[in-house]
Design a protein around this ligand. Structure first.
Ligand code: SF4
Length: 273
């Protein structure tokens, strides 16, 4: 689980470019352990709709509270940064904005269109919130034409009240199933953190639920507590156990599985299409 933080030239360049364009990343806001590797390879997961979330997930380092006004210039700045980074594959996510009527769906759609305008060949993965279950918002985002639609279930249903109290497991599953109904050829993806107190059979049940919703890609990573104020790690899994989860997920029919301790939702996404 040990990583060697290496902030080389490319890392500094990416960080500076993000700062110049007043852009946030989930890499920085959520304290992702892979930030050195990803920034050094010139990639980052852009976080739109501000840096303050209306939810209170107890594993997440992102600021919580009352978000600021929507920044309407953000989509163009995101697209400009994607172009300047020369990304062939861009991952865009957001905080949850329950304060907005469409949950921010129109901003997601604008970001896709602007990236397509600035970088026509760039592939796009959107890691979306649950839009409070709004099918209209989901349809609008899918209508913009992302290549991968990602929505994390994060943990097993029994732990939702503890881990992500304002989220709803069934709502997230329905979102995944609706995405395939709205666009049957769209590649869908979800992610799980383990080490929060789940049982093996509960993890398998979640994988089965996601396959029933025709989810194509799954990421499974070790939960790490960002600070002592966040949920403690209930258990560390060894790399061999991640291999076993990978094997189970592949046998359940996932087209692509990333399962290892430091795997995070958008880690190595470019290799998953
Ligand atoms: S919805 Fe939860 S995980 Fe996502 S940014 Fe908000 S608090 Fe973090």
């Amino acid at each position: 689980m040990k990583i060697k933080p290496k902030a080389g030239q490319r890392y500094e360049y990416v960080k500076q470019l993000l700062g110049t364009n007043s852009l946030h990343t989930v890499c920085q806001e959520a304290g992702c352990p892979n930030i050195f590797k990803c920034f050094e390879s010139g990639t980052a997961t852009l976080l739109i709709l501000g840096d303050t979330c209306t939810r209170k997930c107890r594993f997440c380092l992102v600021n919580k509270g009352l978000p600021k006004e929507v920044d309407l210039d953000e989509p163009v700045r995101v697209a400009r940064a994607v172009k300047e980074l020369g990304l062939g594959f861009a991952v865009v996510t957001s905080v949850t904005r329950d304060d907005l009527p469409d949950g921010g769906a129109s901003v997601f759609s604008k970001v896709v269109r602007e990236i397509r305008r600035f970088s026509p060949g760039c592939e796009i993965e959107l890691l979306i919130p649950d839009f409070a279950g709004s099918r209209e918002s989901l349809t609008a985002v899918i209508g913009a034409g992302p290549d991968i639609l990602n929505h994390n279930v994060e943990t097993v249903p029994r732990l939702y009240p503890l881990v992500r109290p304002l989220a709803d497991y069934q709502r997230s599953l329905t979102l995944m199933a609706n995405a395939k109904e709205i666009s049957p050829t769209l590649t869908t993806k979800s992610g799980l953190m383990i080490g929060l107190g789940e049982e093996l059979n509960e993890v398998i049940e979640v994988l089965l639920d996601l396959r029933r919703a025709e989810c194509d890609i799954i990421t499974i990573g070790q939960y790490l507590s960002p600070t002592p104020d966040h949920l403690p790690v209930a258990r560390y899994y060894n790399p061999h156990e991640f291999e076993e989860f990978k094997d189970i997920a592949q046998r359940l029919g996932f087209a692509h599985v990333e399962s290892a301790p430091l795997v995070r939702s958008s880690y190595r996404s470019a290799k998953q299409l």
